[in-house]
Design a protein around this ligand. Sequence first.
Ligand SMILES: NC(=O)c1ccc[n+]([C@@H]2O[C@H](COP(=O)([O-])OP(=O)(O)OC[C@H]3O[C@@H](n4cnc5c(N)ncnc54)[C@H](OP(=O)(O)O)[C@@H]3O)[C@@H](O)[C@H]2O)c1
Length: 225
Amino acid sequence: MKIAIVTGANRGIGFELTRQLLDSGYAVHATYRSNMGGLKGVQHAHLTTHRVDVRSDEDVAALMVSVGERVDLLVNNAGVPDGRWSSIAEIDLQETAEVFEVNAFSPVRVTQHALPLLANSQGGVVAMMSSLMASIDDCKSGRSYAYRASKTALNMFAISMKNELEALGASLIILHPGWVETDMGGPHAPLTPQESVKGIVARLNEQNGELSGRFVQYDGIELPW
Ligand SMILES: NC(=O)c1ccc[n+]([C@@H]2O[C@H](COP(=O)([O-])OP(=O)(O)OC[C@H]3O[C@@H](n4cnc5c(N)ncnc54)[C@H](OP(=O)(O)O)[C@@H]3O)[C@@H](O)[C@H]2O)c1
């Protein structure tokens, strides 16, 4: 049985991904920061929950000890929005640093701690939940300064990891889930978490060494960097 870790799994895309991975036969280690949220209601023999703030080395190290020897799929999903400042003058750099800590640095932290477990998988996968808003080519409207920049940094951290991950036998996928109706995506988003995650699971299942390093949206369309 394949073993997955999903961060930020108590609500939104992470929660739905946990449900669909369980349905497709994975054992899932689902993490929540403080509130178990939807995970409280899921009774499944192959679900294990862990309280993890992805900003904490201690929490992340303890997670890997609990997971054990091997992980086949790591999904760095936890993320935060920014202040949606409407002008350059309003950008709050303290808040920007906090957004970077969660969206760009914490996926690096979690991946670092997971490396020995990924090395024990036959064909492990590291998935980064990025965004189309990371795309420099696509950035026509501007704004969303901290969120965009944090996800662009995530993409660069990720693609820079590609060769080393491949040396461990693991492949990398950088995902855009689409615009999804969650607390972050808001009520006007065109996609339900179910639709988005159905596509994400298909992308994860087709992932292999040859596809390593792609930046792709939930439906398989490759995105400009
Ligand atoms: N929704 C969209 O349209 C969309 C589009 C593009 C990309 N994305 C990306 O997809 C991912 C999931 O987004 P979503 O829409 O599901 O957002 P969401 O509903 O706001 O959920 C965010 C999740 O991240 C967790 N999280 C935040 N900070 C954390 C921390 N320090 N430690 C551990 N967990 C933390 C939250 O936990 P708490 O409940 O404890 O806050 C929550 O479980 C994010 O990376 C987001 O940037 C979303």
